[in-house]
Design a protein around this ligand. Structure first.
Ligand SMILES: Cc1cc2nc3c(=O)[nH]c(=O)nc-3n(C[C@H](O)[C@H](O)[C@H](O)COP(=O)(O)OP(=O)(O)OC[C@H]3O[C@@H](n4cnc5c(N)ncnc54)[C@H](O)[C@@H]3O)c2cc1C
Length: 283
């Protein structure tokens, strides 16, 4: 289906982008276009103005903050993540997971900011960034604020980014000896996830988040608590995951019933935690 007519703006600065978003009701940012253009073609969304972020080079950088946080600009593509030496040093799981998103065309165009701003429960990055304890910096006409993943993801297609605001960057703590894992079951080899799980194990214990089982990433807090002080043997991980599925209320659709997703949640969490445990270097 063809796009309906839409006004298009290509600002040169973040400030100009924010003022355009605030000025026009029904204006939406355009990042990689890999979701928004498809939903516009399907007539599910119909913004009046697209504010293209393509020229905002300041949103395309990857670097470190003065206190050592890995900072990823909202317009960084999955391909950029995969080739970044900063990501490789600080949090290689980000590149590893990005390399499994869809196909090469989507990875060349799709952005980290777009992935989280669309807040699709089947997207790869929301549960991963939740587990890693990422922070999200949002800029608007009245300044800048930084929120946690728990505050950022509000519902399906709803985030803490308000009208006239932009997500500018995501901060990720470096791994410092912790181990990260990501596992799940997809529709086909590089298809959308039916259920996924991300895990990280550090000196503070395990953090686990599940995707595709709720509107936003779901922390497996009971499993995390059962793993406190664990030796992370296969037996202890399996036993900690016992009952995780029963605590969830996942959706049922053509790709899997609620019960199937409950089962996959336990399997995926065990695999993600086992992978994270194997990868710890500070253990
Ligand atoms: C065939 C196909 C398969 C896919 N499979 C997967 C998959 O398995 N897993 C997965 O994770 N993703 C998948 N995707 C989605 C892909 O990852 C998209 O790139 C991503 O969802 C959106 O990123 P984008 O840069 O293209 O954003 P866009 O489509 O440009 O924007 C998405 C939304 O975010 C808003 N937005 C974008 N950037 C900002 C910002 N900086 N501040 C505020 N709002 C912003 C836009 O206004 C829009 O509402 C797939 C896409 C396709 C086409």
């Amino acid at each position: 289906m063809l796009l309906r007519e839409v006004d298009y703006a290509r600002p040169a600065t973040v400030e100009e982008a924010i003022s355009l978003l605030a000025k026009y009701e029904g204006a939406r940012p355009l990042a990689g276009g890999q979701t928004i253009v498809n939903v516009m073609k399907a007539r599910v969304a119909a913004p009046d103005v697209l504010v293209d972020l393509a020229d905002l080079d300041e949103l395309r950088t990857i670097g470190f903050s003065s206190d050592g946080l890995l900072e990823i600009g909202a317009m960084v593509t999955y391909t950029q993540l995969m080739g970044s030496s900063e990501v490789e040093v600080a949090r290689p799981i980000l590149a590893e997971v990005a390399s499994t998103i869809a196909d090469v065309q989507v990875r060349n165009r799709g952005t980290v900011g777009g992935n989280v701003c669309v807040s699709d429960p089947t997207n790869h990055l929301p549960p991963l960034l939740t587990t890693l304890g990422a922070t999200f910096t949002i800029q608007g006409g009245s300044g800048e604020r930084t929120v946690s993943a728990e505050e950022f993801f509000i519902g399906v297609y709803v985030t803490a980014v308000g009208e006239g605001e932009l997500l500018t960057k995501i901060g990720v703590p470096p791994s410092s000896g912790s181990g990260d894992g990501f596992a799940g079951v997809t529709i086909g080899k590089h298809g959308t996830y039916i259920v996924n799980a991300a895990a990280t194990i550090s000196g503070d214990g395990a953090r686990i988040a599940l995707g595709c089982v709720g509107a936003t990433p779901v922390r497996a807090t009971a499993m995390e608590e059962r793993l406190a002080g664990s030796d992370f043997s296969e037996e202890s991980i399996r036993s900690a995951a016992d009952g995780l599925g029963a605590s969830l209320d996942p959706p049922s659709d053509v790709h899997g019933s609620s019960d199937f997703r409950r089962h996959l949640a336990e399997v995926s969490a065990v695999r993600a935690v086992s992978q994270a445990a194997e990868r710890r270097t500070g253990a």
